[in-house]
Unconditional design. Structure first.
Length: 185
């Protein structure tokens, strides 16, 4: 699921690139022969001209180059391996960061869901208390101040409930984004 995240995909591509650079550094230890359309044969004025010395010199140079540049090639391979290891560590760190973000978003969402039930019960209880206080005032057993206090407590609980609903929605959005949704590379 984390593979949908752009930062994880970028780190994965960088790791692949480092792997191929390491393979290229390893392949430099082997001789290379290049075949081209210019083999040294030309047909000019009916004569056949060839230069076998040039071909042998070129082939000999490409075969012995890895022997003479061995120190440089070893250094390049070590650098490539170090860069590959660095890319691997960066990729692992991106995976850990992404997992942590997903975990944080999930915990936040689950906490908001649990609080939602508590706020619903609290608001229902405070609505009952407000209605009871209003009835008591109508029958003359309480003051208007107590009704206002009950109303204020109810409104405060409803405000907290609304804030929790916002946090729940925000947590869902954060979870969606942590899983790589909404971002295209």
């Amino acid at each position: 699921m984390l593979s949908n995240r752009p930062d994880v995909r970028v780190a994965e591509r960088e790791l692949e690139q480092a792997f191929y650079v390491t393979n290229q550094a390893n392949s430099a230890f082997y001789p290379s022969i290049t075949l081209s359309g210019n083999a040294g044969w030309t047909n000019s004025i009916g004569g056949l001209i060839t230069n076998p010395g040039k071909f042998v010199t070129s082939a000999l140079a490409s075969l012995t180059e890895p022997l003479f540049n061995r120190g440089t090639l070893i250094a390049r391979r070590k650098i490539a391996k170090a860069q590959q290891e660095e890319a691997l560590l960066a990729f692992r760190q991106k995976l850990l960061d992404a997992g942590s973000e997903v975990n944080d978003a999930l915990v936040s969402y689950q906490t908001s869901k649990k609080k939602k039930e508590n706020y619903e019960q609290q608001v229902a209880s405070l609505e009952t208390a407000f209605n009871s206080t209003s009835l008591l005032m109508e029958h003359g057993n309480t003051t208007y101040l107590e009704v206002l206090t009950a109303r204020q407590t109810l409104l405060s609980a409803q405000l907290s409930q609304t804030a929790n609903q916002f946090k729940e929605i925000q947590s869902m959005i954060n979870l969606y984004q942590a899983l790589g949704g909404g971002k295209k590379l």
